[in-house]
Design a protein around this ligand. Structure first.
Ligand code: FES
Length: 154
């Protein structure tokens, strides 16, 4: 069941959308903020609240890659792998970070500190290569700089 706080936050979004269904991404983001990820049970809770089927919600979550359908680390590192970043060396960034973390893209570190994920263009191509850690965008990366940035996230 959604907590009273989750319900309140979702209800606060409803006036911004034409239908209850249209708030589904925000609803999943709200639940994820509170629970860390969106489990099958959480999806059912959201579905009951919004009058949507869990399969419809799951479909939305699948296309929206900032919704986590399995547990993630305390910090999520998104490494842009779209064309500008790729040309400017994104592979060297992901190689350095996966080696340092001992986890491949799509995996979490053994200590639960980081999850590394590839992501499509973050809209900062003129500062490629780029990564985002949680909500923070990091620009003009080099491998050593990217590794130093991870040290800031405990
Ligand atoms: S291609 Fe990486 S930010 Fe656009």
């Amino acid at each position: 069941m959604l907590s009273p706080e989750e319900q309140r936050e979702i209800e606060a979004e409803l006036p911004h959308y034409p239908t209850k269904q249209a708030v589904s991404i925000d609803a999943m983001k709200i639940v994820q903020k509170h629970r860390g990820w969106v489990s099958d049970e959480a999806l059912e809770d959201i579905g009951k609240f919004l009058g949507m089927s869990t399969s419809d919600l799951d479909g939305v979550a699948t296309f929206y890659n900032l919704i986590f359908r399995k547990p993630v680390g305390r910090h999520v590192v998104y490494i842009c792998d779209s064309v500008s970043c790729w040309i400017m060396g994104a592979t060297s960034i992901s190689d350095r970070l996966t080696a340092r973390c001992g986890a491949r893209l799509g995996e979490s570190t053994a200590d639960g500190r980081f999850t590394l994920l590839p992501i499509v263009c973050l809209g900062a191509c003129d500062h490629a290569p780029v990564m985002m850690v949680d909500d923070d965008l990091h620009l003009d990366l080099e491998p050593a700089k990217a590794e130093d940035i991870l040290d800031r996230y405990k």
